[in-house]
Ligand binder design. Structure first.
Ligand code: DGL
Length: 271
């Protein structure tokens, strides 16, 4: 089975990593829209336009299933026609949060546009209208994570300023509503001791792996985990970050610049 996955940058690879942990035979075509990142501070119309172009590209690569591994795009997915065919990260995360919260106080951290669109809030309220929901935008966090292999003291301070407001809200569950955030999950867990963290990449990977297992058939003949990574701005830093996230889980990884398969940059065969 070949699936298409996209995000503004490396964030969606946290979803791919989790999927590779759950499914043994899979081929992924990944598109990172690094030239237009961050998505979180752009308009809804801009993001929808980018997403449509990328979805068409992934379809042209014969993706049988498409995953928007991006909280920001997933927050505007209901605005798309036929969006049911595209899997986002919001629903699975909200479902998990609704299952594990004990006191019904749930925090969400995500990009500005995701918080503005209120889709996480809407899905949580649909699951239980008595939940107290505390959304918090972290406008700079996705970009900090994208551009830094190592976090500086200032970055730590920024993360702290994003999540410390939850201490006084008595939340017991926090949704990481942006797929970049699992990369700094350890830092967040350390600041918010005792709070259950919902990782949208893990929850979405569980959901997608179920679909893939249902669709699996006898002529399903891949026996490896392969990924072709396209980036609209393929930098060395992006490649290093991608390799760091995925290397132990993948058997073959290729990088390409842009949305056309003309310039193969790197071929990495790890196993
Ligand atoms: N990983 C994207 C998300 O989940 C990052 C968005 C951005 O580029 O601002 O929202």
């Amino acid at each position: 089975m070949k699936i298409g996955v996209f995000d503004s940058g490396i964030g969606g690879l946290t979803f791919v990593k989790e999927l590779f942990n759950l499914v043994s035979n899979i081929e992924v075509v990944y598109f990172a829209d690094t030239l237009h990142m961050p998505y979180g501070n752009k308009s809804k119309e801009y993001i929808m336009n980018r997403a449509k172009i990328i979805i068409n590209f992934l379809k042209s690569k014969d993706s049988e299933l498409i995953v928007s591994a991006c909280g920001t795009v997933s927050s505007v997915l209901p605005e798309f026609q036929n969006y049911e065919n595209i899997i986002g990260v919001v629903k699975s995360s909200c479902l998990k949060a609704s299952q594990i919260t004990k006191n019904g106080n749930i925090g969400i951290i995500a990009t500005e546009l995701s918080i503005k669109e209120k889709y996480y809030e809407k899905i949580l309220s649909n699951l239980n209208k008595n939940f107290n929901i505390y959304p918090k935008a972290c406008p700079e966090l996705a970009e900090i994570i994208e551009n830094n292999n190592n976090l500086s003291n200032q970055d730590f301070k920024y993360i702290k300023s994003c999540v410390s407001i939850f201490a006084e809200k008595n939340i017991d569950t926090l949704i990481l509503g942006c797929t970049h955030y699992p990369i700094v999950k350890k830092v967040i867990t350390k600041i918010l001791k005792g709070i259950k963290i919902v990782d949208s990449s893990i929850e979405t990977a569980k959901f997608v792996s179920k679909i893939l297992k249902e669709r699996e058939n006898s002529d399903f003949n891949y026996n490896q985990k392969k990924i072709d990574i396209y980036a609209s701005n393929l930098t060395d830093e992006f490649k290093i970050n991608a390799i760091n996230i995925l290397s132990s889980d993948v058997s073959e990884m290729f990088f390409y610049q842009g949305a056309v398969n003309t310039k193969q940059e790197v071929k990495i065969k790890l196993k």
